[in-house]
Design a protein around this ligand. Structure first.
Ligand SMILES: [Zn+2]
Length: 229
């Protein structure tokens, strides 16, 4: 199976669907190069540094063909596809699920939301929860799609935000948040002012899951700004 070519085709398809035509055409030239003489050099030069693949954020602000609802899922998939292209460019003949799994982004250790430093009010937004869950929820489908040659189908599902286990995993996070006295709200803006005390003294805040507790709860991570009192 030509994992590298399939991965490039998938990236090409994602760029086509999201209207990133400069990069779609560049990837097309890498596919032709691979078919012509089996080289990956020009593709491997597209990672790291300014103006490379790692610089791209797929979002409406950049005039890409995408909505806010799709953004976290599509960008996480984009990260995964770049990793597939990179790993298969280097090891096309020795690709295993374990190798791919080790290379994909792991579950973030911390979930990030907002906190009022004045009164302690805590908030997770839907986008915060999605950002936390997306690497975990996509990694297994990505690996499966690579080996089943169904990456294009997976991209279609992700563009429709049709993600396996998404709703149940979001519910679990919301219930852990409730157990941890963290509110949930589906707003897209910053939490400023605080909805509880109206103070503007709010900040991005991070929590980690404490699994040793009787029920799983979020506890503040160590790198947060301190509460004022
Ligand atoms: Zn407050």
């Amino acid at each position: 199976m030509d994992y590298y070519k399939n991965s490039l085709n998938a990236l090409h398809y994602l760029f086509d669907k999201t209207g990133i035509l400069f990069w779609r055409d560049k990837i097309e030239s890498h596919i032709k190069e691979w078919e012509y003489d089996g080289t990956t050099k020009n593709h491997l030069n597209c990672y790291g540094g300014m103006g490379t693949l790692n610089d791209i954020i797929i979002c409406p602000e950049n005039k890409h063909n995408i909505t806010k609802n799709q953004q976290t899922w599509v960008n996480t998939l984009f990260d995964d596809l770049k990793i597939l292209c990179l790993v298969t460019a280097r090891n096309n003949n020795s690709i295993t699920p374990i190798l791919i799994q080790k290379s994909l982004r792991q579950t973030p250790k911390k979930i990030q939301g907002w906190r009022c430093l004045n009164c302690g009010f805590s908030l997770l937004r839907m986008s915060d929860i999605e950002y936390y869950l997306a690497p975990t929820l996509l990694s297994e489908p990505v690996i499966r799609a690579l080996f089943n040659e169904t990456l294009i189908e997976l991209i279609g599902n992700v563009l429709r935000v049709n993600i396996e286990r998404k709703d149940e995993e979001i519910s679990k996070i919301i219930s852990i948040a409730q157990n941890s006295e963290i509110s949930f709200n589906d707003i897209s803006s910053w939490m400023r002012p605080c909805p509880n005390c109206q103070s503007n003294d709010t900040a991005v805040y991070r929590w980690v899951i404490n699994s040793s507790a009787e029920e799983r709860i979020f506890v503040p991570a160590e790198d947060n700004l301190p509460l004022r009192n």
